[in-house]
Design a binder for this molecule. Sequence first.
Ligand code: NAP
Length: 246
Amino acid sequence: MSTGLVAGRTALVTGAAQGIGLAIARCLHHNGAKVALVDLDGDRVREAAADLGTGVLPLACDVTDEHAVDTTIRQVIEEFGALDIQVNNAGITRDASLRKMTAADFDAVVNVHLKGTWLGVRAASAVMREAGRGSIVNISSLSGKSGNPGQTNYSAAKAGIVGLTKSAAKELAHKGVRVNAVQPGLIRTAMTEAMPPEIFAEREADIPMKRAGEPAEVAGAALFLASNLSSYMTGAVLEVGGGRFM
Ligand code: NAP
């Protein structure tokens, strides 16, 4: 019998081929859950899942595609028999100043983060409310709390995820389904490694802990919210930012 904080549970993590999503999938798996790893690119997500061992299900899915999201959740239920934990993590950036950002950049970012999260919450909660239990964790960002120059699209989407989380939490609390969010600060992944090194260093210098976080440090917060350790928490937003914006 598996042991761990989420032993015997089944989880789905989006954007799980790399970075924070992969760290969350690994952490949930390490703590006893069966995990579906979902990402755009089937080959990359299969490779990532193979690394975790047994009790994993790699699935290609675009989180902005309503039909694909619903189908993916059905596949997880067929394979694992249940869905107890859903982590909506997939994300992109299209940073530019307001002068240079196109409407297409705005739409792309809002689609993946906000619509993608909404589709994930809607589909997962439909299953969870029937089961009378479940935990949904949405990955927002401190950028949605504080705003960041060059990220009007991203900050808007990440702030929107907070409102969506709280509304869904209120709708679903009496059905035994909890919905919470995590707001990571600067975390070392491909997304932030694309930043010019001097900007990365400037951001790090602003953090009271004086360093960027690691994906595994965000995964710890997601595990807490996914597990019974947080059984009396819903609609909460956990900041994982090394003390930034307290
Ligand atoms: P990442 O390394 O770029 O990983 C994001 C993953 O999501 C990639 O595998 C990406 O696939 C996938 N993805 C993108 N669009 C998708 C779609 N439409 N459907 C399914 N999968 C999709 O980013 P990360 O840094 O780990 O970020 C993970 C989450 O944390 C994001 O929501 C991000 O906004 C949030 N976050 C990150 C930081 C940070 O400092 N890194 C801080 C705060 C919040 P492709 O590579 O093929 O696009």
